[in-house]
Unconditional design. Structure first.
Length: 316
């Protein structure tokens, strides 16, 4: 039986294929002979109590000059597909939440959605770390100016960041006595209208913000340490960090073992843990990246492991 795969993603014409994890998944899907149907958020709709979409047949090739072809177009119920990859990048806004509701309709009618729409809603990538306090640095989530200010003054050096961003967007390093500290807090909390997260600064960021990939509860044995460029506190590749593959440490394995069972229970087949030094800082489940970098550095095929898990679930 040919498996029909839908993918909800950002415009495929705008991706950089050498570092795009969704593209790696699509290449492996095509290698297996799966039908691939491409969608963007705006293509989804609900009518007559059924979630459907305008979708296009997609073919891909690992060619930076010409990496995709869109052919046949159709409008069909989402549950007519065997599996859907929800790979839309954040920001995680209300439109994203509405999209998970539509995907949940398809899930209830038998389509496998990766990752689970309910878990995408429930497991904020910053706040979800609070389920694992034994793994995390000292953390505060608040919209209260004085609480955030007190946190920074207590630990002297902190990272303050929004709860809905990605790729290092609007992440500030704040130190006690910084003349801009009040402005940073006002900006991130929108003068008390928006929750923000503060974490004690971890100086080991100089050695890299490690991305550990978890596939159906199993950690890939190598991490991508994203090392900040000179003068930066953020290791994100999107802001110029350098990706260096490293084996997982004993502590990395321990953190993965703490988190993985709950990921499985919540039907999160593919996740990316961010670890700085010995501490878990984020759990990425919307559109985790770093597949292609790790595949290239260690001769892996992480997408194959993910698709194997999907096939097993479809057989069940």
């Amino acid at each position: 039986m040919t498996i029909s795969l839908g993918v909800v993603m950002d415009p495929i014409a705008s991706i950089t294929i050498k570092k795009d994890s969704t593209f790696a998944m699509l290449l492996e899907s095509q290698r297996r002979g799966w039908e691939i149907w491409y969608m963007q958020q705006a293509d989804l709709f609900l009518a007559e109590n059924r979630a459907s979409a305008k979708m296009q047949r997609l073919a891909v090739q690992d060619n930076p000059e010409n990496w995709f072809t869109l052919t046949q177009s159709r409008t069909a119920p989402l549950d007519a597909l065997d599996v859907i990859l929800m790979r839309k990048d954040p920001p995680f806004d209300m439109e994203y939440i509405y999209t998970t509701y539509l995907l949940e309709y398809a899930e209830k009618l038998g389509c496998l959605v990766v990752n689970s729409p309910a878990s995408l809603r429930d497991c904020n990538e910053k706040l979800f770390t609070s389920w694992f306090p034994q793994c995390c640095p000292e953390t505060l989530v608040s919209r209260n100016h004085e609480q955030v200010l007190s946190f920074v003054n207590k630990y002297q050096d902190a990272i303050i960041k929004p709860l809905a961003g990605m790729g290092g967007t609007s992440i500030f390093r704040a130190q006690a006595g910084d003349p801009n500290l009040n402005v940073i807090i006002e900006t991130l909390t929108d003068n008390g209208k928006r929750f923000t997260m503060a974490q004690r600064f971890i100086p080991e960021i100089s050695k890299g913000d490690k991305r550990i990939l978890i596939v159906d509860g199993e950690a890939i044995p190598f991490a991508l340490a994203r090392i900040p460029k000179p003068g930066e506190n953020r290791g994100n590749l999107a802001v110029g960090g350098k990706g260096v593959g490293i084996p997982l440490s004993e502590r990395d394995h321990w953190i993965a073992d703490q988190v993985a069972p709950l990921l499985k229970r919540k039907s999160i087949l593919f996740a990316g843990l961010d670890v700085i030094g010995d501490y878990l800082t984020e759990i990425n489940i919307t559109s985790p990246t770093c597949i292609r970098e790790l595949d290239a550095q260690f001769n892996l095929n992480i997408s194959a492991q993910l698709l194997d898990s999907i096939e097993q679930k479809l057989r069940r």
